[in-house]
Every structure is written in C-alpha cells, then in structure tokens.
Design a binder for this molecule. Structure first.
Ligand code: PEP
Ligand code: MN
Length: 450
C-alpha cells in the first residue's frame, strides 16, 4: 500500500505552538545547539508505532464505557541513572501485580500503562531554587538539567534530549521484552502476589487473595493456557511538557497521512500547562494519539468544556482522558459539577483519578510526602462521585516505584515521619513503594465491590 502524504496545512499546524504562549520551558543557553539536537532527533526512529497508539485509543474508549479499567503508574520523574534492569523490572512487576488484583476485583480487562520510558520533564512552581544564599535554576527533569545543586549541573543542556531518547528506547525495549517474553505470565505474577501475602502485615487482604488463588487454580484445572495468560499489552506514557522533544518525535503515519507523537503511546498535558490558548494544548490537539489532561481542584466546567472542544472536536471515543487530581478533601465537592457538565455534552471522555497530586504535604521533619490514607480517600471519593452520577470511573494514575523506598506515610508496615528518612530517594514527588502499591490495589478492589 502506498504511503499517504500529509496535507500541507497539517504539517504547518504542527509548528503553530511556536507562536503561542509557552510556559514551563527551560531557558536554553545556546539555541543553535538546540536546533542541531532537534534536527538529529527528527531523523531517529519513532519509539512507538502509530498503530499501537490506535490500539490504546480503543482500549481507553472501552475504559470510558466501563468495559475496561486503566492502571497508569510509575515515577514522578524518571532519571537516567535509575534506568537500570532492576529498577525497570521492579516497576513492571509492581504494576503487573496490581493489575492482577484489579482485574479480579473489577472483572474487567486492566489496561497497563507506565509513566515510563520518557517521563523526564517536570513542571516547577518556580524557575529558581534557593538554598542558603545560593540561587540556581530549578531542576526541570533529567531531559533538561541535572539535579545536583551546582551551577554546572543546573544549566539546561540540549544534549540531554538525545540521552532521554536513547534511555527511553532502552527502557521500552526491556518493557517489551518483559511483557511479551514470558516474564509477565499471569501464573508467575500470581506467585509474586502469594509472596507478598506471606507477610502477616497484610492479613486483612487474605480473603481477596484466597479468592484470586482459587480462580487461578480453577483455570489451571480446566487446562486454560492461552496467549492472554502469557503476554500482556503494556503502554508507555509521559507528560508532553518539553515541546522541543515532542515535536521532532512527531511523525506522519504512512497509513493515514496523520501525525502521531511517537515518543510514547499516551501523552498528557499537566495541570500547569493546560491553558486553552497555550502552546501545549494546541500541539496535542494536532497529534492523533490518545491524550490526557490533568484537572486540578480549581478547574471550571467551562475550562473542561473548552478543552473537550479543542482536543476532541469529533467526539472520538478513547481520544480524551480527563485525569482529575482534586485532593481527598475536595474531590466530593469539586468533581460532581465538572462531571455533570462534561457528560451533558455527550462527547465521550474517559475519567481517571490521580489521587497523588492533590494530596502532597510537607511532613513535620520537612519531607515532601503524602498520606496513604488521603490517597485512598480520594480514590474512594472518585468512585462515590461517579457512582452517584451514573458515570464511569475509568482508571487510576499513580506515582509508584517497585522498590522499598520510604516516601509516602502509612501502610500496614507503617511508615511514620521519622521513617521517611530511611530511604527517601525521589527527586520530585513521593511515590508509593512496592508494598504500598499492592495494598492500594487490594483496597481499591474493596471499593469497587462496596
Ligand atoms: C505529575 O504528574 O507529576 C504532575 C506534575 O502532575 P500535575 O500536572 O497534575 O500537577
Ligand atoms: Mn508528580
């Protein structure tokens, strides 16, 4: 089949963002250097195939109808040094283990998506960071500058875009190998969950775990052994923040002549960059991937409606996901009006809950942290609101890691304020550790059944 050429206005539109208000970008010291790097990026192979993004769009459409459930999880900020086999494996394991529990609890297919293989750019509340009498540019993620508190590390370096590309490629390669090569076999993942349940701290989940165990043994006794047990679909995602990276990785799909941002399957617009006339909304309105927008507690219904209009004018199912991040204390009052007004329009939206970003606090000892109880309470509120309105709670967006870090307060193996110091490693936001993530999955199952 001959490749379909793009319409000239489609190509021109992909650069329209350059004339619009563009926030949360670095101040590059050398624009010629940026140009050389973006030209190089534009010649490198796409990281994902447009057809895979279309599959994901169909899956997210199903989640919007209540026929699937999204589990999107990973670091707040990935780093280059942490893109090791062990870290990647532990994160995938955690997501797969949670997914098994949720699949059982919801009796629905769970769409597995990592905040992985590209989550390197961070929005910041201030351009600078001051420690003592030294002020330096804020850390904006490994794709832009280094975290070390030195003038040299904090200078934005365009070569980091290439390192982000190559690190994403190797991460994605391992993700694909793990999820299709036998590592993710359902029976294996179930064995890992049995290992988790061996710890008496988690006795309260015994009943659900035993039910899952019986279901798996029943399937085995029936001789069930099919591809769906052995391999899983796993999608990549990140915040499309740094447009000097997203633009050169945007490619024309030869099947349709339409542009896809091939840096990941799913891209989202953050709470700080979702201005309707801004560069980020314009750029993502022009690529065909499934996309998300974070909606915080101050989002008005008019803003949400304008975003729908601009980002999904054709009302394509699965195209647009609203990721609400209201805070446990606010979701029950702020979400209903938004959902009601959006639903009244009739254009499909997949609603996902990010119970992390509205619940960030500073602990007495000075750590940026969250309480697991608040995180779970926001999820509870999310289910309550959607149930009351007859709309669909379509999934969860979680900051987590597969390791035993101590960044979030609480859990059955209680992490208290003093405990945060033991292993606090995140460079930006606090993540659920491996055990807290699994506990969350078990508790969400209880909510789904309530
Ligand atoms: C994030 O997801 O890490 C983030 C910065 O979220 P938000 O845009 O919702 O604040
Ligand atoms: Mn974050």
């Amino acid at each position: 089949m001959a490749a379909v050429a793009p319409q000239p206005h489609v190509l021109a539109g992909l650069d329209r963002w350059r004339d619009l208000p563009l926030t949360q970008q670095p101040t590059w010291p050398d624009l010629d250097h940026v140009a050389r790097v973006t030209e190089r990026l534009a010649t490198l192979p796409p990281l994902v195939f447009a057809g895979e993004a279309d599959v994901l769009k169909a899956r997210l459409a199903a989640a919007g109808r209540g026929e699937a459930f999204l589990l999107q999880g990973g670091d707040c900020a990935e780093t280059f040094v942490d893109a090791t086999a062990d870290n990647i494996r532990n994160k995938i394991k955690t997501i797969l283990q949670m997914a098994v529990v949720l699949t059982y609890g919801a009796s629905l297919p769970v769409i597995k998506m990592g905040r992985m293989a590209g989550q390197y750019a961070k929005p910041r509340s201030s351009n600078d960071e001051t420690r003592g009498d030294v002020t330096l540019p804020a850390y904006r993620g490994d794709i832009i500058n280094g975290h070390d508190y030195t003038p040299k590390a904090r200078i934005p370096d365009p070569d980091r875009l290439l390192e982000a590309y190559h690190t994403s490629a190797s991460t994605l390669n391992l993700l694909r190998a793990f999820t299709t090569g036998g590592f993710a076999d359902l029976r294996r993942v179930h064995e890992w969950n049995r290992g988790f349940m061996a710890n008496p701290s988690y006795a309260r989940y015994e009943e659900t775990a035993a039910e899952i165990d019986r279901a798996i043994r029943f399937m085995a006794a029936c001789g069930a052994d099919f591809d769906a047990l052995r391999t899983v679909e796993f999608f990549s995602s990140h915040e499309a923040l740094l447009l000097d990276y997203e633009r050169p990785l945007t490619r024309i799909d030869s099947r349709t002549g339409l542009p896809y941002d091939c840096s990941a399957h799913f891209l989202w617009i953050g709470e700080r960059t979702r201005q309707i006339d801004g560069a980020h909304v314009d750029f993502l309105s022009r690529v065909r991937n499934p996309i998300g927008v974070k909606l915080g507690p101050t989002t008005t219904a008019d803003e949400a409606l304008a975003l729908m209009d601009k980002l999904n004018p054709a009302g394509e199912p699965g195209r647009l996901t609203f990721i609400t991040r209201m805070g446990a204390g606010t979701i029950r009052s702020a979400l209903p009006a938004l959902v009601e007004k959006v639903s009244a329009v009739g254009s499909p939206v997949t609603w996902v809950c990010d119970p992390m970003h509205g619940n960030t606090i500073t602990s007495d000892s000075g750590y940026k942290t969250r309480r697991l109880t608040d995180v779970l309470d926001e999820v509870r509120g999310f289910f309550e609101v959607h149930r009351a309105l007859g709309t669909v709670p379509g999934g969860l967006h979680i900051e987590l890691t597969g390791d035993d870090v101590t960044e979030v307060l609480g859990g059955s193996e209680e992490i208290d304020d003093a405990g945060l110091a033991v292993r606090y490693e995140t460079l930006v936001d606090p993540r659920l550790n491996h055990q807290q993530s699994l506990e969350m999955a078990f508790q969400v199952v209880q909510l789904m059944r309530a």
